[in-house]
Design a binder for this molecule. Structure first.
Ligand SMILES: [Zn+2]
Ligand SMILES: [Zn+2]
Length: 100
């Protein structure tokens, strides 16, 4: 019944890109043993599967102040910054370093 409790991140469909050349030109190329769709890049012929969801983003932390799930607020090559989904009512803020 609460209108404001559905938090939308507004993210569109993830774009599939070649992990090597970042091309978005690809063919479907069968499936992996695990049943995942496999693709082949038209530019560099690299075979790839759709990228796994980013684990750090999937496992969104809970706000240290109020316990709500947090949103990705900003990210760069080293850190992902999360902000409380109740912002601006709650100013909870978490920074996670990315290790790849
Ligand atoms: Zn490619
Ligand atoms: Zn909070």
């Amino acid at each position: 019944m609460a209108f404001n409790q559905v938090a939308r991140t507004g993210s569109a469909m993830p774009t599939i890109q070649c992990p090597r050349c970042r091309s978005e030109a690809y063919y479907n190329y069968g499936h992996t043993k695990n049943g995942k769709q496999r693709y082949i890049c038209l530019l560099c012929n690299r075979q790839f599967i759709e990228a796994e969801p980013d684990k750090a983003v999937e496992q969104r932390p809970e706000c240290p102040l109020c316990g709500k799930k947090m949103h990705v607020y900003m990210r760069d090559s080293k850190f992902i910054r999360f902000r409380c989904s109740a912002y601006p009512r709650c100013r909870g803020y978490v920074k996670i370093s990315q290790e790849n």
